[in-house]
Design a protein around this ligand. Structure first.
Ligand code: DQA
Length: 144
């Protein structure tokens, strides 16, 4: 039985610059805009959001550890750590509830080094290339 209705939304490096960073790829919405959209959508679905961003791998690992006792699920855009971080994969493997991986851009349409994701080995599902809407779509999965 899952008592928690809190979904942890975790964001990796450089996503604090969303809206300013390569807007031709990542769009003009800021991370604060994404958080506001998610909080509103979550309210309608009877869910709560814990929103977090860090440029540090260890901080993301520790937030995943915190989620172990507190979260019904994790939505994660690990950003560049997607392609490099065994530590984040290992941390997610300690988490028992569902994980959805989100990428704003379609990583498979981009450079070859973005085609591999460590996190995909753990995630129940992946949403990529739908822009920031992908985060909101991931909430529907948990509501369902
Ligand atoms: C990203 C894709 C990654 O390859 C990149 O390093 C990012 C953002 C995305 O949301 O499209 O920082 O995860």
């Amino acid at each position: 039985m899952r008592l928690s209705k809190t979904i942890y939304v975790l964001n990796g490096p450089n996503l604090n610059l969303l809206g300013k960073r390569q807007p031709e790829i990542y769009g003009h919405e800021t991370l604060a805009d994404v958080e506001a959209r998610m909080v509103e959508k979550a309210r309608g679905l009877g869910l709560e959001i814990e929103f977090f961003q860090s440029n540090y791998e260890g901080a993301l690992v520790e937030k995943i550890h915190e989620a172990r006792d507190k979260a019904a699920g994790i939505i994660i855009n690990p950003a560049a750590y997607t392609h490099t971080s065994v530590a984040i994969l290992d941390a997610l493997n300690t988490f028992d509830n569902p994980v959805v991986e989100v990428h704003i851009s379609n990583i498979h349409k981009r450079e070859a080094f973005r085609h591999h994701s460590y996190v995909s080995m753990r995630a129940e599902g992946i949403i990529a290339g739908m822009g920031t809407l992908g985060y909101v779509m991931a909430l529907d999965y948990f509501a369902d």
